[in-house]
Design a protein around this ligand. Sequence first.
Ligand code: HEM
Length: 396
Amino acid sequence: MTDDFAPDLPAFHLRDPHAHFRRLRREDPLPWYAGSGGAWCVLKHADVAAVSRDPQRFTSTRGVQLGFSDAGSRPAGIPPTILEMDPPVHDLHRKLVIRAFTPAAAKQQETMVRAIARECLEAIERDGVVDLVEALAVPVPMYVIAEMLGVPRSDRPQFKRWSDSLIEAGGGHRSPATDAALGEMLGYFAGVLAERRRAPKDDLVSTLARAEIEGEKLSDPAILMFCITLLAAGNETTRNLISGGSLLLARHPDQRARLLAERSLLPNAVEEMLRWWTPVQSFIRTATRDTELRGKRIREGDVMLLLYASANRDEEIWGDDADRFDVARDHARQRHLAFGFGEHLCLGAPLARLEARVVFEELCARFPRFELAGEPQLLHSRLIHGVERLPVAFRS
Ligand code: HEM
């Protein structure tokens, strides 16, 4: 392995990691990396899928983010998130909310999502230069999840401030200000929860307030944790599918022209954006016992870094042109791993797909010729493949 292979460093991901991934998939597709406490780097599509579908051998209970791989260090009284559970406990929690996240349920959200996307696009001045991240990619997922949690419109500005703090803290930039904002947010949801216990509505907080696991109601901290998890898991991910997808369309005029000529390709184009961009670059698992993978001896307690970004360019699955962005690529037979795989397959996948499809339908209808108007600023993160600023000229 070369010295500049450092998947735990944001700078590595900013400098196009795919040259490294490509070479390693060929030469040593399961290398040991000594940084950040050490991890096996799982680069092949088949291996990421195999580890993800085997929670008995590879647990989520020791944390899912590299560098945070000791769930034992969680402060007392903070329950684990659904991401950090294994079956059978995990299945019980997932069942509580699955009905709100099926493809059929997502379909019912379409009118609401479209209204939010239109509102954002209508606020954009024609013939001006606008940051697409701030104007579109940030507000759409945030207001959609706010609606689902039952946050009224009048509370949106403070909700945005809290969500930003959540993202900042999640990105490792914890400060007294972010802690204070998170405290306010928890207090706010505690109030919503108390209200919904008194007078249930048709929203997720009411669903969670009613929910029982083996005859027992969920505790307030568990419900609040669920709300925060949905916010954290649904916001920045979908934001970067929208911003990353927009950047791809701006940089590949031939692909955009094809899409404009053949709008029915849009759902497939969203799959290709997910594959090519891969908003979540990696999660981890921890080996529960000594075992073997690809001929390597894995020891109990070893961390497995699931590099979705690499699996989604694996030539064995996607062919020699895996690096090409192709809105017509066949996604019916092959499955990208941008939403993970197995037990923890992204709960919000149908919703994220719907949001992206609706946003791009509306964007292409209103501003089919949007163009880059400056250098995009990419997010400095080892977890999220993101765009921080995307200056775009919206021509009439
Ligand atoms: C493009 C957008 C999104 C991407 C790329 C994404 C990615 C992922 C990935 C890779 C996982 C697997 C975690 C693991 O295996 O440890 C996951 C799980 C999860 N996602 Fe998403 N996600 C997206 C949108 C959303 C949305 C919109 C929501 C909800 C509003 C959401 C909620 C969740 C939850 C709750 C889990 C945990 C599921 C479980 O543990 O059973 N995600 N997501």
